[in-house]
Design a protein around this ligand. Structure first.
Ligand SMILES: Cc1ncc(COP(=O)(O)O)c(C=O)c1O
Length: 435
């Protein structure tokens, strides 16, 4: 396969200007240069079409982070783009409400098992925050049992290493439990009787474990929460509209009290949704959740067009099939080489794990893989998301590039001096906290 001689003068010049003006240089930490191999990866993208992106220097790539998940159908996907253009011409936001608020709420309630009522936000953090407020309002309790990542808002960010500027006292309300370890959640309830307002969790790319009675971890967590008077909130910001049309809750047969959606719901336009049971959602009559752009018509028009595609085209089967093919081919090749490389997770929601001979995650080795794939026209990063626009040809090209990258990685590992094989700077620690 041809190794591209990409260069990035425009990217570099923009970055020089950015660091003078923009603290941290980026608006979204996971898109920042330290999440990719600096020197061999562009820093700025200008255009996308289908599953392909073009950087500001004119280099093109097959994309897998897909803007960190929102691009479910593909970049510039015609039915969504056209719906948005039509809406822009009619008006993006108004003095009064817009009918799309009702139409998209009706669509969501028809698709998502737990959705009896709906409120909109813009980012995932808007609705995970609203969910926790609703749970606190409904129970009169303050404490939160959590598992996974839920956004940059204070109540969650206080639990991360990026907790500067947040009153430490908030951390006293936070209790982390471990995915697929019901004992860890039981312990939180036992240690804090009558205090836990909600259990909030996401489903990482690992199936929930099933107990001897056939109940899975999500179902058990919900039962445990409800038995103790707490709400069960499923954070479906990533899994929503990917695992199934009704999200991971439908796929894993659990109906949460509240659920949070964002990312894929509008194919890259800004909108998120809190959905849930009427008895809890009605707290929002009084809970303060009101923002200028919550009902902006562009996100709503894009969401409506995206959902219509989801309901009328085999979007979900496609991402499962293409993702499955990618995971299987790359993982069986890596296994044969004996390199600790894996595409992890489920076909609609993957990740990249590269372990060294001690069995530890190794960012230097991961960087070598990212370097060799980006040089072959494939932009991998943290998450591996498949869109409806990834074609069989895209997947075959990606598999071929990955085979070569893994072979190169093996040579690097076998040499005993892998750092010599890295041309740029390695990726930094991924900030997102997971368990
Ligand atoms: C599971 C989960 N919840 C919440 C969020 C926060 O969403 P946002 O970054 O749109 O605020 C994210 C973002 O990656 C997420 O992955």
């Amino acid at each position: 396969m041809r190794v591209l001689e990409n260069s990035f003068p425009v990217s570099e010049e923009l970055w020089e200007r950015a660091v003078r003006l923009i603290p941290a240089g980026t608006q979204t930490l996971s898109k920042g240069p330290d999440q990719f191999v600096r020197g061999v990866t562009p820093k700025y993208l200008r255009k996308g079409k289908g599953a392909h992106v073009w950087d500001v220097d004119g280099n093109s790539f097959i994309d897998y982070p897909m803007a960190l998940g929102p691009i479910l159908l593909g970049y510039d996907y015609a039915p969504v783009t056209e719906a948005v253009i039509r809406q822009v011409k009619e008006g993006t936001t108004f003095t009064l409400m817009h009918p799309l608020e009702v139409e998209v709420a009706e669509l969501l309630t028809s698709m998502i098992p737990s959705a009896e009522m709906v409120r909109f936000g813009k980012n995932g953090a808007d609705v995970t925050s609203a969910a926790v407020k609703v749970a606190r309002a409904s129970t009169g309790r303050d404490h939160i049992a959590y598992c996974g990542y839920h956004g940059c808002q204070d109540w969650y960010a206080v639990t991360t290493p990026r907790n500067k500027g947040i009153p430490k006292v908030l951390s006293t309300f936070m209790h982390q439990f471990e995915y697929n370890n019901i004992g860890s959640l039981e312990k939180i309830f036992a240690g804090n009787p009558g205090k836990i307002a909600c259990v909030i969790m996401e489903v990482p790319g690992v199936d929930p474990a099933v107990d001897k009675d056939g109940k899975n971890f999500l179902q058990l967590s919900k039962e445990l929460a409800n038995r103790n008077g707490a709400l069960f909130i499923l954070d479906e910001i990533v899994t929503g509209f990917r695992y199934s049309i009704g999200g991971a809750q439908k796929y894993y047969r659990v109906t949460p009290d509240l659920a949070c959606f964002g990312k894929g719901m509008a194919n890259g336009f800004a909108i998120s949704a809190l959905v849930g049971k009427k008895e809890f959602m009605k707290e929002l009559n009084e809970v303060f959740f009101s923002m200028t752009y919550s009902g902006d018509t562009i996100g709503l028009a894009a969401a409506k067009a995206t959902m219509r595609e989801l309901l009328s085209k085999p979007v979900i089967p496609h991402i499962w099939e293409m993702g499955g093919r990618l995971h299987k081919a790359i993982n069986s090749f890596a296994e044969k080489t004996g390199i600790g490389f894996r595409i992890t997770g489920k076909p609609p929601r993957g990740g990249i794990s590269v372990k060294n001979r001690k069995g530890e995650e190794d960012l230097l080795l991961k960087s070598i893989f990212l370097q060799e794939t980006v040089k072959r026209g494939v932009l991998f990063g943290g998450p591996v998301f498949i869109s409806y626009s990834h074609t069989e040809e895209d997947i075959e090209k990606t598999i071929a590039a990955s085979f070569e990258a893994i072979e190169y990685l093996k040579v690097a590992v076998d040499s005993g001096e892998p750092a010599r094989f890295l041309e740029g700077e390695p990726v930094g620690v991924v900030f997102r906290q997971r368990n």
